[in-house]
Design a binder for this molecule. Sequence first.
Ligand code: PMP
Length: 379
Amino acid sequence: MLDIERLLSNRVQDIETSGIRRVWALAQACEDPINLSIGQPDFLVPDSIKQAAIDAILSDKNGYTQTAGDPCLLDSIHTRLHTQYGWKFDEGSHHAAMVTSGTAGALTLACLTILGPGDEIIIPDPYFVIYPTLARIAEAKAVLCDTYPDFRMTAERIAPCITDKTKAVLLNSPANPTGVVLTAQEVADIALLCQDKGILLITDEIYDEFVFPPTQHASPAATNADVLVIRGYGKTYGCTGWRMGYAAGPKALIDGMLKIKQQTFVCAPSVLQHALVGAYDIDLSPLIERFARRRDMVIDFLGDVTELVIPEGAFYAFPKIPTGHNMCGMEFISKAIENDVLVIQGDVFSKHDTHFRLSFAVPEDKLELGLTTLKTLLS
Ligand code: PMP
């Protein structure tokens, strides 16, 4: 038999998946766990979007699209970014956009386009799990910007991480796994710092619509024309499996990303591009109110038994395991799983192992049961 292990590249061997695997291994023992580990919304795709997907198939829109995306979907992205930040996408404009295979697809293309051996990218700690991996795939180094204990990735915290090898800063607000949303001032300060240092600012805004009033989402695109904005449709419209997202930024950068896209994934799924053309006409406010109420439940249950940074967006909370419990993340997670609640230990998202992530993208009755158990375990 072929020794496949011997053939695997260092790139693959380096990828760390053991943290989440440990949780799933333990979870096998649970019959019907309350799953607060999942980073995907529990609501259904709006009917109008489903219907548009069906219509696209039936009207034979099943072939390749342009690499940058179908013109109708691109148009809606252009209009969105023009309305929000005044960006223009006409012939000869500074900006361009492209549709990608998920937000992860956009992040992958961005890293492969910008980074190479010896380069550095600054990412927050805690981070979304794929960030360090993407840097490694590009043979670059992810430099962790420690944001404990309030999880705010500020210009002040980023500045000391910058070296002459830094190519980019990766920002994520609202953040996974903490739910932290940066203020307009914080974001503008980071945009200015990157501009001053000649560094690309990549802003992962996959949760831009999941912000709980009165907090508002702030993008560095409002003050810096050279940022790379990355957004997704999956979380916002309940279609994570469709793998749809987009990137927009300086045209020269998007052109670089398009070169890689053209010779790898070619285009995002054509039918689903057609399906999402009307997405921005959908009113999400009832949904956001519901998520805000769930966030409030997390605060009500856990606010006085843990150190909890209040999530102002996304659908995650990242509570601290009280020091008095003398437990690392994995020990706490094992206890939670013994009690049929799945959450994820902090070291999957961080070099620290002092917190855990829970997702409140679950129905209220389940959330209440899960939070009741967690409160008991943390008290
Ligand atoms: N960025 C962040 C911060 C995320 O939380 C996720 C998904 N969990 C992604 C990117 C990837 O999203 P997509 O499914 O659109 O690729």
